[in-house]
Ligand binder design. Structure first.
Ligand code: NAP
Length: 252
């Protein structure tokens, strides 16, 4: 049975990926930084439907906590064969000339280094050179990596652009190890990260939605569908790809 860890999956897109993966037969680890109750609710929901799930705390930017998480997954579910690097945070919501560097640093720590650290420890279990049988990694970027997030989130957008490039390099680095690496770029989805942002920046949604050809935010299930395609064997000949699931917002 395949074993999946989805970082930042106590709610939102990550929680939905866990629900869909469990329904498709994966054993899943729900990871969170601080929202234990929300993570436990996702576990309970999956178990009620007959799936196998555990919840483990680890701040993805803290390598010691990530190491402990992967060791517990080894013991409780078996070595991971799938990783979705989904945990992400917003920045301070200002122009760059008003930016607080410590807030921007925290964005890069979680959104970029967190993904590198989790990939490192997943690869140690998946790669043939480490005795593994291969696996699949999906990195969650954002349409912001294409439009740049001017005036309020250039730091966040740049962190997601790093994820796009990380995907391309890692895919080439790990292809002969049996590991596929792909990237999902969601557009506006009304999870907590976007609802908070819209509350703090009145008028933002009214500015964004006219730019989205499909004219509405995405549903978490629609975003998770894209992640499941990239994660599963349905995309067995796909690696280093970036899939835009953004209603056409930033598509060429
Ligand atoms: P969300 O509802 O705010 O959920 C974020 C999740 O990340 C939570 O489970 C949170 O748990 C976890 N998290 C935050 N920091 C963490 C850390 N350091 N270590 C481990 N977990 C951490 O966000 P979402 O909308 O589902 O976003 C998921 C991903 O999609 C993010 O990478 C985001 O950038 C990307 N995305 C979202 C949208 C959108 O419109 N929603 C658009 C494009 C891209 P805790 O509460 O425990 O920290």
């Amino acid at each position: 049975m395949k074993v999946l860890v989805v970082t930042g999956s106590s709610r939102g897109i990550g929680a939905e990926v866990c629900r869909q993966a469990a329904a498709e037969g994966w054993k899943v680890c729900i990871n969170y930084a601080s929202s234990e109750d929300e993570a436990d609710r996702v576990v309970a929901e999956i178990r009620q439907r007959g799936g196998i799930a555990i919840a483990l705390q680890a701040n993805v930017a803290n390598e010691d906590e990530v190491v402990t998480m992967f060791e517990r997954i080894d013991l409780e579910l078996g070595p991971v064969t799938g990783l979705v690097n989904n945990a992400g945070v917003n920045g301070g919501g200002t122009r760059v000339d008003e930016m607080d560097a410590s807030v921007a640093r925290a964005v890069f720590d979680v959104n970029v280094l967190g993904a590198f650290i989790c990939a490192k420890h997943a690869i140690k279990r998946m790669a043939k050179r480490h005795g593994g049988n291969g696996g699949s990694i999906v990195n969650v970027s954002s349409a912001a990596s294409r439009h740049g997030g001017p005036f309020t989130y250039v730091d966040y957008a740049a962190s997601k652009a790093a994820i796009d490039t990380f995907t391309i390099g890692l895919a080439k680095e790990q292809a002969d190890q049996g590991i596929r690496v792909n990237c999902l770029r969601p557009g506006v989805t009304m999870t907590e990260i976007s609802v908070d942002y819209a509350r703090q920046h009145p008028g933002w949604l009214e500015w964004v939605l006219p730019q989205v050809p499909l004219g509405r935010p995405g549903e978490v299930a629609e975003i998770a569908n894209g992640a499941m395609y990239l994660l599963s064997d349905r995309s067995s000949y796909v690696t280093g790809a970036i899939l835009d699931v953004c209603g056409g917002w930033v598509s060429p």
